[in-house]
Ligand binder design. Structure first.
Ligand code: COS
Length: 388
């Protein structure tokens, strides 16, 4: 392994998180669903375990996992509801990685210790009402005014915005360049005057996660707020894409963790539930469903590991990351569907966990780049490589 923490320390961490997921998080899932929030004592425990700083370099107070280690730990954590991962997800991934990857030493010093401890929640503000998949089409503007930039615009579906201490905001700094080229990334403290966080959205699943609109009205930031400094003016789109590449491997790992949970639930049900005089697991058509889940789960897990290794070795893995997110999340959707089918009528009922997991998993094929965007990235780069 090229980086990360010592393997003994890492194995202990995995064992601790595995216990935490099974003994603390899974029993709290119903409460989270009912209250649409994560209990404060669990937030505190997650902070104490260092989960907010999994990927933050050790020199800034984090654990400093490598990408393969992060993937394995996230898979372990995501045996429990995805909602718990969402709380730490923006600090471990998209909200902070722009600063980790491209920030100046001063920016890292200022923000990363708080991100690592969980005292500062970092939120990633890219998507807008009119620009989701077309991330290069950003309309939020950041106009120069002396030594400052003044940000105006609306960001949409921003995870953890209501909890945020800082936003990484993508805004157009060159109005004459309509596409990806005129965009810069800014670090904006959440208490900067002019920022309004709207009330959380109502969603199909993942109750307890918080997404909202964030409105920027004449929000003034110094030019030193540009991630990487003034030299990175108009280069923010690349930062966003690099952050998302890493995030896409992370989402693949989430899909694997949830797929294992759904397969285990469905298998337990198949062993217990009797029809035609024997457990339904003894019927070959049910076995077919179980086998397809297991085969896809193995493939998904192997793909996450391979692309995480590539990212660790080469510092990027654009096609691999998109293949991983695409395959693992689509497979998780199929596994959710089969797991629910194995439950028959019970699968449709809210008292069985599979009904909730089925709703929760649906988002994975959408956020951090839809399946269709992953197809586009994979195909464009495959064609370009052969044409070169
Ligand atoms: N890493 C580094 N640089 C990258 C990159 C990556 N993964 N992907 C693209 N770039 C660079 C390109 O190399 C290009 O730079 P040059 O002009 O110097 O060559 C620039 O960024 C623009 O790239 P491209 O032309 O591919 O941009 P497009 O506008 O065509 O969009 C897609 C590319 C569609 C792939 C991008 O907009 C995307 O990923 N959209 C989905 C956004 C998303 O995931 N949203 C979820 C929000 S977070 S929950």
């Amino acid at each position: 392994m090229a980086s990360g923490v010592d393997s003994d320390v890492f194995e202990q961490l995995v064992a601790t998180v595995e216990r935490f997921a099974r003994e603390r998080l899974i029993p709290a899932e119903h409460r989270v669903e009912e209250e649409d929030d994560i209990p404060e004592e669990i937030v505190t425990e997650m902070k104490e375990m260092g989960l907010f700083g999994l990927s933050t370099p050790e020199e800034y107070g984090g654990i400093g996992l490598s990408v393969p280690q992060e993937a394995r730990l996230i898979e372990t954590l995501c045996y429990a509801s995805l909602t718990f991962r969402s709380l730490i997800g923006t600090n471990v991934g998209i909200g902070s990685q722009g600063i980790v990857m491209d920030g100046t030493p001063e920016q890292k010093e200022q923000w990363l210790p708080g991100v690592a401890s969980g005292d500062v929640i970092a939120s990633f503000a890219l998507t807008e009402p009119d620009n989701g998949s077309d991330a290069g089409g950003i309309r939020t503007s950041a106009k120069r005014d002396g030594g400052d930039f003044v940000i105006n615009g609306t960001k949409r579906y921003i995870t953890n915005a209501v909890r945020a201490g800082v936003f990484t905001v993508f805004a157009r700094t060159d109005p004459d360049k309509p596409g990806a080229d005129g965009v810069s990334a800014f670090i904006v403290p959440a208490d900067t005057p002019g920022i309004t966080v709207a009330k959380p959205d109502r969603k199909l699943g993942q109750k307890g996660t918080k997404t909202s609109d964030v409105i920027f009205e004449n929000v003034r930031v110094p030019e030193s707020a540009i991630i990487g400094g003034l030299g990175n003016l108009n280069k923010g789109f690349r930062t966003a894409m690099k952050v998302l590449d890493r995030g896409r491997i992370h989402v693949g790992a989430m899909a694997v963790g949830q797929s294992q949970r759904m397969l285990d639930i469905a298998t337990d049900y198949a062993l217990e539930r009797k029809q035609f005089g024997k457990p339904i697991g003894e019927h070959q058509l049910v076995q077919g469903l179980i086998a397809d889940c297991q085969a896809e789960l193995h493939a998904a897990r192997a793909l996450v590991r391979a692309s995480a290794d590539t990212f660790d070795r080469e510092g990027k893995a654009i096609v691999e990351a998109s293949c991983t997110k695409y395959f693992c999340t689509e497979a998780a959707g199929r596994i959710a569907d089969r797991a629910l089918q194995i439950h028959g009528g019970a699968g449709y009922m809210a008292e069985y966990d599979i009904e909730r997991l089925y709703r929760d998993i649906r988002l994975l094929r959408i956020y951090e780049g839809t399946s269709q965007i992953q197809q586009l990235v994979i195909a464009r780069r495959t064609l370009a490589q052969r044409a070169a």
